[in-house]
Structures are given as structure tokens and as C-alpha cells.
Design a protein around this ligand. Structure first.
Ligand SMILES: NC(=O)c1ccc[n+]([C@@H]2O[C@H](COP(=O)([O-])OP(=O)(O)OC[C@H]3O[C@@H](n4cnc5c(N)ncnc54)[C@H](O)[C@@H]3O)[C@@H](O)[C@H]2O)c1
Length: 333
């Protein structure tokens, strides 16, 4: 059995997902790619062997040959497309974030609750990254005692022109929101944002330090620096009672020359998290076959948007903002 996949959004991520589904995932084939820019959809369809490239997202969702939909269009479109998929009874892999705000994210939770089952997996691919998954299992082994704090670094070479300080939290820091909940098995209960001296090369508050408290009393600090120039760099170090846990090298080769030892850094997230995207997409297809949900749920997506709502408030007020959630429905227990 092979599941026909339709992709909405054929930009950086949609094209990457199309290549992964076409070349690295078993049990799935591409049916249609839709993009607001039809020429882009057609180009990605031609490159990846999808049957058609169109500018008709709802047509893709309702196409009987499409058994599952991957949403990789801009953040503001995710909730409506995900709800349309749920109403059509189609499983979804939706890129992060679920929505720009918690109020919009909650609409998708309500749609799944009305349908009475889960349809949506959120594209928080770090949950499938070998570094983070091993970090979580080492913590859960108990060998290093309890986790006390989690230092995170999230640096991009350059931020898109449309980014601002709030977008850095809503669109970028949301990855650390989800992965820290996942690694620590904890909820984030408060957030504070501290602005560093602004880089002359940045058009918003960059870098920033975003500091969370968890409901277990741990600290999670995230250095966000989205105009770091030198490359894409994501780090995590878990501070435990009797040791620390951080990732191994993310490069396979090391060069020693002219008195310097060097490893390469990815220019962006695609090569850095290539394994995570591939494992995530395979897990999504497998979950459709088995009926066992994988990865982050719509509830995790809603929680992340609630945290980033509070983060944006903390950014604007300079205060520590407490984070309050709706009651978790039984569907997500
Ligand atoms: N998981 C990750 O690591 C990761 C990394 C980058 C981006 N993302 C997410 O992926 C999504 C896409 O990001 P991107 O970097 O590919 O952006 P992009 O701008 O490169 O691509 C977005 C595409 O969507 C198209 N589009 C716009 N409105 C549309 C609509 N209504 N219907 C169909 N297509 C539409 C645009 O024409 C464009 O081709 C975003 O939500 C972003 O947050 C996730």
C-alpha cells in the first residue's frame, strides 16, 4: 500500500519535503503540489515526480487520490488548511507553528475534538533528531539524576526581511519551546525576554535571551541570534544533578590544516536536521498505516502557541509572564 501525498506550499520547506517524500520515505508517493505561485508548484512537481503542480490547495485536499496532506505554506495559513483536512478526514503533517497565536491554534484543537480523533502531526521535527532523542533517553535512564536546567542556542546566518522581534519568538524560538517540553517532560510555566545589545547587522532585537521556568522548577534559557552571519547553529546542553548531556558533533568530517581544526556548519536548518525531517516524515506515513499517532499533536501545537503568545507579551513588557493553558482534553492524554 502506498499513500498518495498532496503538498500545500512549494517554497523552501515544501520543496524539501517533496524531495524527502519522493526519495527517502517508504509507503508514500507524491500526487499533487499546490502553491500560490503555480509555476513554483509545477517546477517542484516536475523535479520530484508528482503528478501535477497547481494553485488549488482545497482541490488537493479533496482530491480522492490524495490520502494525506503536508502543509508547508506560511504560518498564517496553517490553521485553516489543517481544519479543511480534518473536515475532509485526511491525515496531515503540518509545519510548525500550528498558528501565529493560541486563539487560532485552539480552533484546530476544537476541529479534532469535533471529529473525535487525531488527524494532525505537527512538524516539530527535532523530536525525531538523533541528538535530542538520545538526550531524552539518557535523562530518562536516571543515570545523571534530575534535569535542573537546559541551555539552548538557536542561531541562523541571517533572518528573512519580514522577521521582527516577535517573529523570532513565534516562528524560531517555538522549536525550543516544543523540544524543551519533550526532553524535560515538563510544561513551561513562565517566560522572560532579555534583549542583548543589538547587532548592527540586525533589523530587530537580535540577539535575545528567552528564559523559561518549568512546572518542575527547572530553567530553560534560549539564546536566539538570527543574524549570526557565520551559519546555522543549534546547540543544547542539559544540566543534570551528576552530569551534563549535550549533542555530539553534527558534522561527519574534521579538517586539520594550517594550525586549525575545523568542522563544517550547515548554512541552514535543512542539512542540519536532514535526518530529523526524514525520520519525521517516515514516522508520519507509518502512523497513518498503523493508526498510532507519532510526534507532536495539535495539543502540543496549541501549547507552543500559548507559550509564544506569553513570550511576545514578555518581549513587549520586559516582565516575567506566567503561562496558563486550557485544560488538556482526554484525546491528547
Ligand atoms: N520545521 C522547520 O525546521 C521549518 C523550517 C523553516 C520553515 N518552517 C515552516 O515551514 C513553512 C514554510 O516556510 P518556508 O521557509 O518554506 O517559506 P517559503 O516562503 O519559502 O514558502 C512558502 C510557500 O507557500 C506559498 N504560499 C503562500 N500562500 C499560500 C497559500 N495560501 N496556499 C498555498 N501556498 C501558499 C508561497 O508562494 C511559498 O512558495 C512555515 O510555516 C515555516 O514556519 C519550518
Amino acid at each position: 500500500m502506498s499513500i498518495g501525498v498532496g503538498i500545500i506550499g512549494a517554497g523552501v520547506m515544501g520543496a524539501d519535503h517533496a524531495r524527502i517524500i519522493a526519495g527517502q520515505v517508504a509507503g508514500a508517493h507524491l500526487v499533487a503540489i499546490s502553491d500560490a505561485d503555480e509555476a513554483r508548484a509545477k517546477a517542484v512537481a516536475q523535479e520530484t515526480g508528482a503528478k501535477r503542480g497547481v494553485n488549488d490547495p482545497l482541490g488537493v485536499i479533496h482530491d480522492p487520490a490524495v490520502g494525506a496532506v503536508l502543509i508547508a505554506s506560511p504560518d498564517s495559513t496553517h490553521a485553516d488548511f489543517a481544519i479543511a483536512c480534518i473536515k475532509a478526514g485526511k491525515p496531515v503533517l503540518c509545519e510548525k507553528p500550528l498558528a501565529p497565536t493560541a486563539a487560532e491554534g485552539l480552533r484546530v484543537v476544537e476541529a479534532e475534538l469535533s471529529a473525535g480523533r487525531r488527524f494532525v502531526q505537527l512538524g516539530f521535527m527535532r523530536r525525531f533528531d538523533p541528538g535530542y532523542t538520545e538526550m531524552k533517553s539518557l535523562l530518562n535512564s536516571g543515570a545523571y539524576g534530575e534535569a535542573l536546567a537546559f541551555h539552548c542556542i538557536h542561531r541562523n546566518a541571517t533572518a528573512p526581511a519580514h522577521f521582527d522581534s516577535a517573529a523570532a519568538i513565534v516562528n524560531s524560538c517555538v522549536h525550543e519551546v516544543d523540544i524543551s517540553r519533550f526532553v524535560l517532560s515538563a510544561e513551561l510555566s513562565a517566560v522572560r525576554v532579555i534583549k542583548a545589545k543589538r547587532s548592527k547587522l540586525a533589523h530587530f532585537d537580535d540577539p535575545m535571551l528567552v528564559v523559561f521556568e518549568t512546572d518542575k522548577g527547572q530553567l530553560v534559557d534560549v539564546e536566539l541570534f538570527l543574524n549570526a552571519q557565520y551559519g546555522y547553529d543549534v546547540k543544547g546542553e542539559l544540566i543534570c544533578e551528576t552530569g551534563t548531556i549535550s549533542f555530539g558533533p553534527t558534522s561527519n568530517t574534521e579538517i586539520r590544516s594550517a594550525g586549525v581544526t575545523a568542522t563544517s556548519l550547515a548554512p541552514d536548518w535543512r542539512p542540519r536536521f536532514a535526518a530529523a525531517y526524514r525520520i519525521q516524515n517516515q514516522a508520519w506515513i507509518r502512523s497513518i498505516v498503523t493508526g498510532q499517532p507519532a510526534g507532536s499533536s495539535v495539543w502540543d501545537g496549541y501549547v507552543a502557541t500559548t507559550v509564544t503568545d506569553a513570550g511576545v507579551k514578555a518581549l513587549h513588557t520586559g516582565e516575567t509572564v506566567a503561562i496558563a493553558y486550557e485544560k488538556r482534553p482526554g484525546l491528547y492524554s
